[in-house]
Design a binder for this molecule. Structure first.
Ligand code: HEC
Ligand code: HEC
Ligand code: HEC
Ligand code: HEC
Ligand code: HEC
Ligand code: HEC
Ligand code: HEC
Ligand code: HEC
Length: 390
């Protein structure tokens, strides 16, 4: 009875398909992956295209290996503007930047290639780029992509909680109270103005720029660059600097930095006065300077433990110097604190400032940075005392 009903249902579907002249892909996949077909038909592309434009051809379960998965290059055949803009921005470099980290190759497979941890977010830049991160397959809906929630999955959490910061800032609150008036800016308003798919900011993720006019700041920056392994302990550039350049991890000329800042300032000035904007963005810059002062002292304190051979470098460390980019693979508690101070708390100190969120800036950023530094000083003293003890 059930089998006969299922057969009748399939027959009815086949009849509908004949009438609509549906492709074999659609007819079969309506049964095999009904959700995919439903999403696809909800989007505009289904009016003129079929599954094979992106995936190529196959006839059933036995020749799945003939299929391909599309990348930004494939989408770019028909959407050249978006693909070009995307290619010039930071998202296209997401896979390269992740791979440039010294310990990436040593993470368990599922975390990188299995798209569970790092790879799950940095997938955006894989194989020339993936376009289905904001307008998800197979609906490919621009309205979904216009929502800040489209950025949430990745721009959240430990070291880049922009969604949390924005959504609880005045900008985010007003947007949630008035989702359609455009009175307050969304992520896309500030970072994808006019639908431009090139995302790039002046400071970037690590907030290091070169050159630096302020001498005291430059001295602190040099210590940070040593801690990032971009300079060796003597201050000479290392091979890692090339990887940093290739993945545009730092802005390497004053003009490059200023160009992005000018664009952002113009966006704020759509709603605020020039004085207001310069004051707020300037305060964000100044907080990076203050955070770097604490950071340089912390790195210097741990570096001294290496000098005194209280900490011995791991075989994978090129220098007898702390390496913040080893992240949580750091072996000693004092280095774990150093990594959290940089990745979690220094980030929040300036990201919170730039996203108009006093709470993230202060209580989740600046305040814990000061605690980290106190802990690092105490841990260093303890390690010294432990070594001297008989
Ligand atoms: C006779 C049925 C049938 C037809 C016709 C068919 N497919 Fe499939 N397709 C399948 C089955 C079965 C699977 C495997 C589903 C699974 O693993 O659950 C599959 C899987 C896929 C996958 C996923 C592969 C992966 O690695 O995840 C894609 C993409 C796909 N088909 C695209 C197409 C396209 C494009 C066409 C038309 C050119 C098409 N299919 C025609 C039955 C069909
Ligand atoms: C505009 C391009 C495009 C078209 C057209 C398209 N897909 Fe896809 N499809 C994608 C993308 C992008 C992915 C994800 C690729 C990746 O993971 O790298 C994908 C992945 C898939 C997968 C595997 C992942 C999953 O969610 O199961 C299946 C199955 C699939 N497509 C089926 C179809 C079917 C059936 C059609 C036609 C109804 C279709 N696709 C049409 C772009 C497209
Ligand atoms: C063969 C050409 C072709 C390819 C390849 C293609 N598209 Fe499209 N796309 C179209 C057409 C045609 C439309 C409908 C344009 C319109 O009506 O404005 C469209 C519309 C869209 C829209 C807007 C839909 C809407 O509701 O307004 C998005 C988003 C989109 N495509 C994303 C993608 C992505 C992502 C890929 C790659 C995974 C892709 N497209 C690949 C031709 C293509
Ligand atoms: C939840 C998603 C997510 C996970 C998981 C994740 N990242 Fe990221 N990563 C991001 C986002 C988003 C940014 C950009 C943040 C910003 O600019 O504030 C980023 C930035 C970076 C950058 C800096 C890129 C640059 O050019 O400035 C590197 C390097 C990086 N991640 C490596 C990793 C590694 C290695 C892992 C795993 C150990 C990892 N990420 C895990 C989302 C993620
Ligand atoms: C970071 C998120 C994000 C990614 C990644 C992304 N898009 Fe978009 N896309 C958007 C947003 C936001 C819009 C709506 C822009 C607007 O307001 O007009 C959009 C709109 C579009 C449209 C519709 C344009 C229109 O005016 O109808 C197309 C086509 C499109 N994207 C293609 C692509 C392609 C191709 C890629 C990969 C190269 C891509 N997108 C990657 C966020 C994204
Ligand atoms: C009012 C405009 C505005 C809005 C809204 C906004 N941002 Fe930002 N964003 C900025 C400014 C300003 C900076 C710092 C630019 C610089 O480096 O000078 C920034 C920086 C960033 C960075 C680089 C690292 C950092 O945090 O400094 C990322 C990534 C980012 N924003 C993502 C987002 C996401 C995701 C959203 C939405 C959840 C969002 N932004 C909302 C203005 C905005
Ligand atoms: C699939 C995960 C993912 C999604 C979704 C996503 N991003 Fe990103 N974003 C990243 C990663 C990863 C990076 C770092 C790229 C790199 O390493 O080069 C990044 C970088 C950025 C940057 C550049 C920061 C810099 O270094 O200057 C901005 C701005 C940004 N994203 C904004 C957005 C906005 C706005 C949205 C939503 C419309 C969005 N992102 C959606 C993963 C994502
Ligand atoms: C689309 C309009 C719009 C844009 C663009 C915009 N803002 Fe706002 N902003 C608002 C509104 C509306 C408020 C809440 C009312 C108010 O305090 O002015 C606000 C509030 C603020 C506040 C909180 C002020 C307070 O007194 O608490 C700051 C700071 C701020 N914006 C800075 C910026 C900066 C910096 C930029 C650019 C990075 C920017 N805004 C972009 C509309 C905008």
């Amino acid at each position: 009875m059930a089998a006969a009903m299922a057969l009748a249902a399939m027959w009815a579907q086949w009849a509908v398909a004949q009438e609509k002249k549906e492709s074999d892909c659609i007819v079969c996949h309506r049964m095999v992956t009904p959700g995919v077909v439903k999403d696809w038909e909800a989007g505009k592309m289904s009016e003129s295209l079929d599954c094979d434009v992106c995936h190529g051809e196959h006839t059933g379960p036995d020749d799945i290996d003939k299929l391909k998965m599309p990348s930004a290059k494939d989408c770019g055949m028909c959407h050249s503007d978006q693909a070009e803009q995307f290619g010039e921005g930071k998202h296209a470099l997401a896979w390269a930047a992740m791979e440039a980290m010294p310990r990436t190759a040593h993470q368990p497979g599922p975390i990188i290639g299995g798209m569970k941890g790092c790879g799950g977010c940095h997938r955006m830049g894989k194989d020339g780029g993936k376009c289905d991160s904001c307008h998800t397959r197979h609906k490919f809906d621009p309205n979904e992509a216009r929502q800040p929630l489209a950025c949430n999955t990745c721009h959240m959490g430990f070291d880049h909680p922009q969604y949390e910061m924005w959504s609880t800032s005045k900008h985010g609150i007003i947007h949630q109270l008035e989702p359609t008036t455009g009175r307050a800016p969304t992520c896309q308003h500030c970072h994808m103005q006019k639908g431009n798919h090139r995302v790039m900011t002046s400071w970037g993720f690590l907030a290091v720029r070169l050159p630096e006019a302020d001498e005291g700041w430059m001295a602190d920056r040099a210590v940070i660059l040593k801690g990032l392994g971009v300079l060796d302990p003597q201050g000479n550039p290392t091979a890692r600097l090339d990887a940093v350049k290739a993945a545009k991890v730092a802005r390497l000329t004053a003009e490059e930095w200023q160009a992005e800042r000018d664009k952002m300032t113009d966006i704020c000035r759509q709603c605020h006065s020039t004085r207001h904007v310069n004051e707020h963005l300037g305060a964000g810059d100044q907080l990076i300077r203050e955070a770097d002062r604490l950071m340089a002292e912390a790195i210097g304190t741990v570096a001294k433990l290496y000098d005194e051979k209280i900490i011995e470098p791991q075989p994978y460390q090129p220098f007898a110097y702390p390496d913040i980019l080893n992240f949580y693979d750091a072996r000693t508690p004092v280095e774990q604190t150093l990594y959290e101070m940089f990745m979690e708390h220094r980030m929040r100190t300036f990201q919170g400032a730039f996203h108009m969120n006093p709470d993230y800036q202060h209580w989740y950023g600046w305040a814990p940075m000061n605690k980290d530094l106190a802990d690092i000083r105490a841990e260093a003293e303890q390690m010294r005392a432990d070594r001297k003890a008989p």
